[in-house]
Design a protein around this ligand. Structure first.
Ligand SMILES: *[C@@H]1O[C@H](CO)[C@@H](O)[C@H](O)[C@H]1NC(C)=O
Ligand SMILES: *[C@@H]1O[C@H](CO)[C@@H](O)[C@H](O)[C@H]1NC(C)=O
Ligand SMILES: *[C@@H]1O[C@H](CO)[C@@H](O)[C@H](O)[C@H]1NC(C)=O
Ligand SMILES: *[C@@H]1O[C@H](CO)[C@@H](O)[C@H](O)[C@H]1NC(C)=O
Length: 146
């Protein structure tokens, strides 16, 4: 009985989501990262939609990398579409996370930015991020880029 009810609710939620689907929003973001260590460094940039504030509920829109460079600066570019949001949300919260090893210790660090909150009806969102020096930036130490 419980299972049936759960199943019905699930079907309800899925079809509801289906009928509520809106036109997609297309996202584009780009920018440049820099590293002052004069060493080879690597980075990974990810753009995702923060649905419920939990990592597991995120929709990845696009990622760039992992790239390694011996130059001081490297550009990145992200683009993708989102089709409607979670049932209760009227806006997208777009986060960008950067993981890199431009660190004095050589350990990988990660930081997040939330540059945009946009209504789901927005057809296109373009984000240009300023030149960002990532040297030793980020409070989160991670093992992997992704
Ligand atoms: C970002 O994209 C815009 C539009 O395509 C372009 O004019 C600009 O030079 C790009 N900036 C970077 C840092 O790539
Ligand atoms: C950067 O490193 C290279 C090789 O390790 C060295 O030749 C060069 O002088 C360094 N440049 C600066 C600005 O420290
Ligand atoms: C970052 O990782 C690359 C690849 O493992 C390595 O060659 C480079 O020396 C590392 N850079 C720093 C600053 O630790
Ligand atoms: C999104 O970014 C904001 C601001 O940095 C942060 O508070 C929030 O936890 C981030 N959400 C996720 C799911 O990473």
């Amino acid at each position: 009985m419980r299972t049936t009810l759960g199943l019905l609710l699930l079907i309800g939620a899925v079809s509801c989501r289906f009928f509520l689907d809106r036109d997609p929003t297309s996202f584009f973001a780009n920018g440049t990262l820099s590293c002052k260590l004069n060493k080879t460094w690597c980075f990974h940039v990810k753009m995702y939609e923060d649905d419920f504030g939990f990592e597991f509920a995120n929709d990845v829109i696009d990622f760039y990398g992992t790239r390694c460079t011996s130059l001081e600066q490297h550009e990145y570019e992200l683009s993708g579409n989102q089709f409607g949001d979670g049932l209760w949300n009227e806006e997208y919260e777009i986060n960008i996370s950067v993981t890199h090893n431009c660190t004095i210790s050589g350990k990988k660090r990660r930081f997040r930015r939330m540059p945009q909150i946009v209504p789901v009806e927005t057809p296109r969102v373009e984000i240009t991020l300023d030149l960002l020096d990532v040297t030793d930036l980020g409070n989160e130490f991670v093992e992997h880029y992704v």
